[in-house]
Write a protein that binds this ligand. Sequence first.
Ligand SMILES: Nc1ncnc2c1ncn2[C@@H]1O[C@H](COP(=O)(O)OP(=O)(O)O)[C@@H](O)[C@H]1O
Ligand SMILES: [Mg+2]
Length: 247
Amino acid sequence: MIHVRGLTRSFGAVEAVRGVDIDVSKGEIVGFVGPNGAGKTTTLRMLTTLLRPASGTATVAGRDLFADPAGVRRRIGYVAQGGTVGPFSEVGEELVLQARLYGLSRTEARERVAGLLEELDLAGCEKRPAGQLSGGQKRRVDIAMGLLHRPELLFLDEPTTGLDPQSRTNLWGHVRRLREESGMTVFLTTHYLEEADALCDRILIIDHGRIVASGTPSELKAVHDAGTLDEVFLAVTGHELREGAAA
Ligand SMILES: Nc1ncnc2c1ncn2[C@@H]1O[C@H](COP(=O)(O)OP(=O)(O)O)[C@@H](O)[C@H]1O
Ligand SMILES: [Mg+2]
């Protein structure tokens, strides 16, 4: 579903992504983790066609990222870090509008939105401005936004950051269920390694723009002789603080 070799991208003198290889199979849930500033968002923005890589090759959802970015866009969903829905937009209206932009008729759009709101436990929220929803509800609206065109591959950038443990567990539950029901592939970033351990099939750890470890959670723990993924993470990325780096 994703095959990437040697992807790079710099911002001025900052080498944000310095040669990344990624392989993701259909139906996998893959966690992309790393310290602040490691290059996670930059990688996601390249894989979702929002940012042009400086070099490398990439096939995303069966389409060449460089030759057919529009084909990639049609087949993927992307939920950005920090979300996309404005605080004053009525949830249902905003979703229907977005579905119409994907070319659905008004009736189809309404049906698709109603279905997604139901699936994501948001029924009853359609008339409310997004700004009045809880953090967890807002994130689920963002996810609904990314699912309107029924993508086969969904990218989520820090979907659970800032949510309380109940909302995080609930959201992970929704992601798992989407995978079970539709066979969707999910590529997501997170800082919550315990959750990634429980819910991801495979983990890629990125640091300073390079993948520094990858494997199933149990493989990673075995290789690094660690009891938790947090220990693996510190073993491969070190203890130096990254407070200066962008989120
Ligand atoms: N638009 C940009 N302009 C300049 N530097 C950027 C930009 N986006 C990201 N960077 C830099 O690239 C590096 C990687 O950032 P990012 O991909 O956002 O990391 P992460 O998502 O892992 O926290 C950081 O050093 C960050 O400051
Ligand atoms: Mg980021």
